[in-house]
Design a protein around this ligand. Sequence first.
Ligand SMILES: NC(=O)c1ccc[n+]([C@@H]2O[C@H](COP(=O)([O-])OP(=O)(O)OC[C@H]3O[C@@H](n4cnc5c(N)ncnc54)[C@H](O)[C@@H]3O)[C@@H](O)[C@H]2O)c1
Length: 353
Amino acid sequence: MKTIEVNLREANYNIYIERNITNKIIKYLQENYNNKKIAIITDSNLEKLYVENFKKTIEENSFNTKIISVKPGEESKSIDTLKKVYFELCDFKLGRTDLIITFGGGVIGDLGGFAASTYLRGVDYIQVPTSLLAQVDSSIGGKVAVDLPWGKNLVGSFYHPKAVFIDPHFLRTLEKRFFNDGLSEVIKYGCIKDNSIIDELINYKNEKELLDNIDSLIFKCCNIKKIVVEKDEKDFGERMLLNFGHTLGHALEKYFNYKHYSHGEAVAIGMVHITKKSEKLNITEKNVSKHLEEVLKKYDLPYEIPEINMEEIYNSIFLDKKSSGKNISLIMIKKIGVGIIKEVSFEELENYI
Ligand SMILES: NC(=O)c1ccc[n+]([C@@H]2O[C@H](COP(=O)([O-])OP(=O)(O)OC[C@H]3O[C@@H](n4cnc5c(N)ncnc54)[C@H](O)[C@@H]3O)[C@@H](O)[C@H]2O)c1
């Protein structure tokens, strides 16, 4: 088993990475939540695949548990679903010293984490992320939220879990398109901080070899996120590096009403597009964008910007919450493994995006 310690001003917790992690979770529950009630928030896919058995196993160890299951997908990251979750927590009479487990992808982690941060002014929760995106990104760093009709993640907080339990074995049942979505974030980590991630991805001969080695890739990504979040918990500096490819990515997702590109696909296009531009401006070494295209192509991720009205994209970027005052912070790479933050004004934006 691999363990990463996250040390923050307000919270310290461990990320455990191990195949078949249930026994480790039981031991942790016995040591920390003996005789406590446990609400497991999940979606109906994960409920059938893993959570029903997981509940049986923890009940065999004398815990009183309840499954709160929601519909799979982004539409469950809503105020309506949150209300349903609060009602079920109340029905179960979950108390302030009891525990919530979020068992699922990024939607469940964000929704369940936000419920944990607000129900009874905050109860403990642990994350059991099951999608690649959740295992390398959303389960770490304490950002929890739900969406509003006006946009994504508009109501949320920073609220850290007491522990994160990552089982790479769960990934074998994840649909390919969701797996590739997560890979786009893995590639992002490689671009901003660790070129060995990109080298590995380029060199794997097939999917099996990738899956056999995914544990070490997950470890590398979690470790990068830990280091970045420790330096900048509230996202005013270094943490912005994690937005590489996301400025154009978010704008593209929105432009197509979240229907055409998945998040990972939009980020993939965003990473290549800004790198082509920064190469022209001599901020990035030559041929880096080609290298990036090569790895994205290998994993069936898009990299060409579609025919779109760029004016609309620029306006949408400036309305995005990341733009502060007159300038916007854009993330670029000098070469693979070295990310930088650059402040750009609205007038300069088209040189970069
Ligand atoms: N909090 C953060 O820092 C942060 C960072 C990045 C993304 N996010 C959020 O994460 C969300 C996206 O996360 P996601 O891509 O995991 O989406 P998701 O939670 O909707 O999961 C994708 C699909 O995969 C299924 N699934 C998950 N794990 C599975 C498994 N092991 N086997 C079979 N099916 C499985 C789910 O049921 C769902 O249908 C977005 O809402 C995004 O805003 C949050």
